[in-house]
Design a protein around this ligand. Structure first.
Ligand code: ATP
Ligand code: MG
Length: 351
């Protein structure tokens, strides 16, 4: 229809009309493209329309026109205004990619910030740990120096005093050795340098062995250790026997140290589904609610002077927790001041 109309008109006039239309479209195009973020598709649609117009004006001009137009598009895109700044074509064309890169960088930054926070926390923990270790070692070393100085200053000549001081020195050294061993254990557990040696063993036999080891200590406070088991059959578990022995020693040791004079320590064993539930219960001093959640921390002691008196450095429960969790099991505590404390942990039964 357009062609008919054009064919019927005066060629000179028509040329002017097409020229005007094309110029008009070009201006509109440029304005639209410059001020509004039109997509390239709309631009090309307009371009095609212009080409149709020019086709009627002068076919020979088409190639030249397309060439010029593409150059113009490129130039327009290259200087396309984004906000107030003229940005190079790469930024416009690659805007999406850059956005993604920016998002990646932001995510990476977030991750790094978390890592930095964790490292700071670890650094603080390391500082606290070192301060605790040096403090805990300094105390017995000072005591030891005191005994030795007293002996040098003349007490060595007195047979009653020298024996007492030598025995105390020996006890102090023993405590230091235990502490260094505990520190070694905790470091190995944390660094996973001492993997678990899982075997199948009878848990009841192990408990009896531990009771034998602890008997002497329990007798010093006249504490009775009682096993409460609901079956006489062996109860086989899958665990690292030596480490579980250490768990039992630490928990029973606590029940004796913080238990009531002439009191009782119960070792109660329950089994359900695929697990054993073990409870170490005493009727001792108990632990106040505010301390209960912290007693598994290294060096944490409710009453430092009392713990020191009974030879505690506050590492026992941290080791116990590490061992139980390394077995993918759980440990809990419940306590009432003046009534007693119960530690509960689980172990997997062997099939
Ligand atoms: N059965 C318990 N009754 C009362 N308080 C307890 C009991 N077990 C632990 N606690 C408290 O928790 C603290 C931490 O116990 P943990 O076994 O870690 O250290 P410790 O016994 O003092 O020293 P270590 O075990 O290193 O010789 C103890 O100092 C004590 O205050
Ligand atoms: Mg302990």
């Amino acid at each position: 229809m357009v062609k008919n109309f054009l064919n019927t008109g005066n060629p000179r006039n028509l040329s002017w009309v097409f020229t005007l239309i094309t110029c008009f479209l070009l201006i509109i195009n440029c304005l639209l493209f410059y001020f509004i973020d039109l997509s390239l598709v709309i631009w090309i649609v307009i371009l095609i329309f212009e080409i149709i117009c020019i086709y009627f004006l002068n076919k020979k001009l088409i190639i030249r026109f397309i060439y010029d137009k593409i150059r113009l598009i490129y130039k327009n895109i290259a200087t396309k205004r984004l906000g107030d700044d003229k940005q190079p074509i790469q930024e416009w064309v690659k805007g999406d990619v850059l956005n993604r890169v920016q998002q990646d960088v932001e995510r990476w930054l977030e991750l790094k910030n978390v890592e930095i926070a964790t490292l700071k926390e670890l650094e603080n923990f390391r500082k606290d740990f070192l301060a605790n270790v040096s403090h805990e070692l300094k105390t017995p070393l000072t005591t030891l120096q005191g005994y030795i100085d007293t002996l040098i200053d003349g007490a060595v000549a007195d047979p009653d005093v020298n024996m007492k001081y030598l025995q105390r020195s020996s006890f102090t050294i023993e405590r230091m050795i235990t502490m260094v061993e505990d520190l070694e254990t905790i470091t190995k557990l944390e660094q996973n340098t001492d993997p678990l040696h899982i075997t199948k063993f009878d848990f009841i036999t192990l408990v009896k062995e531990v009771i034998d080891i602890m008997e002497l200590k329990a007798n010093t406070r006249n504490i009775q250790m009682i096993i409460q088991n609901h079956t006489s059959a062996p109860l086989y578990v899958l665990a690292d026997k030596e480490k579980i022995r250490q768990v039992l020693i630490n928990l029973i040791d606590n029940s004796i140290k913080y238990g009531r004079q002439s009191g009782k320590t119960f070792i109660k064993i329950y089994y359900f589904e695929q697990n054993l539930l073990i409870e170490i219960e005493d009727n001792g001093i108990g632990i106040d609610e505010e301390h209960l959640q912290r007693i598994f921390e290294r060096f944490y002691r409710v009453d430092k002077s009392r713990s020191r008196e009974v030879g505690g450095t506050g590492l026992g429960l941290a080791i116990v927790k590490h061992i139980i969790e390394a077995h993918d099991q759980h440990i809990n505590v419940r306590s009432k001041v003046g009534i007693g404390t119960t530690f509960t942990f689980t172990l997997p039964l062997a099939n």
